[in-house]
Design a protein around this ligand. Structure first.
Ligand code: HEM
Length: 214
């Protein structure tokens, strides 16, 4: 905590915080659009390897989970840096995560199954990892819709409680990733570990300790 305290209280950090805060919002949008633009460019250049459908499924899935992790990392960072402006980044990061999850799902429906709904349903209902992905996708969609100012006002004080479901989405997304790969493949574990640490940070005893210490 010593490092955080000296960083937070240093004059140069205090001077930098405000101007940096104003450019973070557009920066988040630009950075979040990069994987989409790179994907489109690689598609155009036929640079998606031997199995392009699998490649874009993997890329969009990983981008979705990464953005979800970043949106969950905002609260701890805001607390540790005492930087309230960071809060404004949660919504764009969450919306971009939902966008990539939507593209990921569309690839499955359109390119993997060519809209053959019967085959899609038959395979999905018996496949645990697809069911987990689908549940995460539905949660992200609901959270995105209710993040609109109109719904925030309509839902009122229960809005915060409702948006705690983003943690459930995080757990389900990590499980979906773990089950999507062959046993023994380590690719999902760094994501799952960071997700677990972020969830741990929100636990009341950890929160009480953080508030007392920083
Ligand atoms: C909406 C319903 C969803 C469906 C139908 C779906 C389907 C799939 C499929 C078919 C794969 C490829 C598995 C393979 O290569 O054999 C996959 C992988 C993956 N999905 Fe999903 N998914 C969904 C939602 C999500 C969501 C919401 C996230 C993240 C927030 C996500 C993250 C991932 C990741 C990280 C991978 C693995 C990528 C890799 O192996 O590198 N998926 N999903």
């Amino acid at each position: 905590m010593q490092i955080w305290t000296s960083l937070r209280t240093s004059k140069s950090w205090k001077d930098l915080k405000k101007p940096l805060g104003t450019i973070l919002h557009p920066l988040v949008h630009i950075a979040s659009a990069v994987p989409l633009l790179v994907g489109l460019w690689d598609f155009w250049q036929r640079n998606l390897g031997a199995n392009p459908i699998q490649e874009i499924t993997h890329r969009t899935g990983k981008t979705a989970i990464l953005l979800l992790i970043l949106s969950l990392a905002i609260s701890p960072l805001r607390q540790l840096l005492k930087w309230n402006q960071l809060n404004k980044l949660r919504r764009p990061l969450g919306l971009w995560a939902a966008f990539y999850a939507g593209v990921h799902f569309s690839i499955y429906v359109v390119l993997d199954y060519g809209f053959q709904w019967n085959a899609l349903l038959a395979n999905s209902l018996t496949n645990k990892f697809i069911l987990l992905g689908f549940t995460t996708g539905v949660l992200l969609l609901l959270l995105s819709i209710t993040s609109l100012t109109y719904f925030q006002k309509k839902i009122g004080k229960n809005w915060k409680k409702l948006h705690r479901f983003v943690y459930a989405a995080g757990i389900l997304a990590a499980l979906h990733f773990i089950l999507a790969v062959k046993p023994g493949v380590l690719r999902p574990w760094p994501y799952a570990l960071v997700m677990a640490l972020l969830l741990l940070f929100r636990l009341p005893p950890v929160q009480a300790w953080v508030k007392k210490t920083i």
